[in-house]
Design a protein around this ligand. Structure first.
Ligand code: APR
Length: 321
């Protein structure tokens, strides 16, 4: 059986880490595409030259032409500008929509059967545009946001409770912006509700809520926190890890339940938009959306987040995309 092939569109910070992670995990052959001449060739050569040390023999190729992405099983898109300090993800809309438009045309022509994972920001709008331009079936277009946002939330909970992050299950839904919805009520440590653990730790429901509110806020601002520290760009290790987990779930037909930006066709009362919800990822991409019951407060936060996605997409359409 031929080895699977993952093409990475955008060979910048996230693209480079993705190439290395995929090679280290021996998931697939990798093609790294970028418009900058020689750069993807240089990065892949650098990674290949560590293959003897790390013990992988997948093939890595750097290209500047879309021909190279032919027959990809998965395409992961990171092409586009990252944020600088003081910018919101939405500030990237015009520049990145232009880039996404050209990327989608390239993928449509050269990798028409691939499953696409989109990382470029503003995420919810970029996923929408990619699907519109390619005309790919909705199950084959998935945005990466929830896996990372949930991992960030889980890290904060693990630090706060002094437990291994491996035992923390916490999910973030909604759009990939300030309105994202960390699901506090469902967050647990190996089945034990996080809120209950916080109440026991502080012996006060009020203090527990205060601590949780701070973790929720930090989760929403987590991308910006990294941007502020890096000064020259945005997070790249963690988004690459998140997309690698999604690609692994798809290539291995694992049916993992991963919060992903997927097309809603009536689920959660939303029709016709890509929004972050728990999705079953397998060989057919997004195979199913899992619905979770939300109380009034959670539902209103989710609806607010959906409205932010709707208005972002409307802005993009007004700009002619
Ligand atoms: N086609 C292909 N690649 C492109 C194009 C294009 N039309 N335009 C720009 N690129 C490439 C750039 O040359 C650069 O190498 O996209 C790459 C982006 O890499 P970085 O600037 O390092 O950005 P990165 O940190 O990887 O983030 C990429 O993901 O999380 C989001 O907000 C982030 O939108 C940003 C994207």
């Amino acid at each position: 059986m031929a080895r699977k092939k993952i093409s990475l569109i955008g060979g910048g910070q996230i693209g480079g880490v993705l190439a290395q992670l995929i090679a280290l995990r021996k998931l697939a052959d990798v093609v790294l595409f970028d418009i900058v001449e020689d750069m993807p060739q240089g990065k892949t050569l650098d990674i290949i030259e560590a293959s003897r040390i790390d013990g992988f023999d997948v093939k890595l190729t750097g290209v500047n032409s879309y021909e190279g992405i032919k027959d990809s099983d998965i395409v992961i898109v990171t092409a586009g500008l990252p944020r600088k300090p003081g910018m919101s993800r939405d500030d990237l809309l015009v520049t990145n929509a232009k880039i996404m438009n050209s990327v989608a045309q390239g993928v449509k022509e050269f990798a028409p059967n691939a499953i696409a994972i989109i990382i470029s920001n503003p995420l919810d709008a970029m996923v929408t545009l990619f699907q519109k331009v390619t005309g790919f079936p909705h199950n084959r277009v998935i945005g990466q946001a929830g896996v990372l946002d949930s991992s960030r939330f889980s890290s904060f909970i693990a630090w706060e409770l002094g437990v291994s992050v491996k035992d923390v299950n916490a999910m973030v839904l909604g759009g990939h912006g300030d309105t994202m919805v960390p699901l506090v009520r469902y967050a647990n440590v190996n089945g034990l509700p996080v809120m209950e653990q916080l109440e026991k730790k502080y012996n006060s429901a009020e203090k527990a809520k205060e601590v949780m509110d701070a973790m929720v806020k930090r989760t929403k601002d987590a991308g910006g926190e990294v941007v502020k520290l890096l000064k020259t760009g945005s997070a790249f290790y963690s988004p690459a890890s998140a997309a690698t987990a999604m690609a692994e779930a798809i290539l291995g037909d694992q049916k993992r339940v991963l919060p992903s930006c997927v097309y809603l066709n009536g689920e959660y009362g939303v029709k016709g938009y890509f929004v972050g919800v728990p999705a079953v990822l397998g060989a057919n991409g997004c195979e199913r959306v899992l619905e979770v019951s939300l109380n009034e407060e959670e539902k209103s936060a989710f609806d607010k987040s959906v409205n932010a996605v709707v208005s972002l997409v409307a802005d993009m359409e007004r700009l002619g995309f």
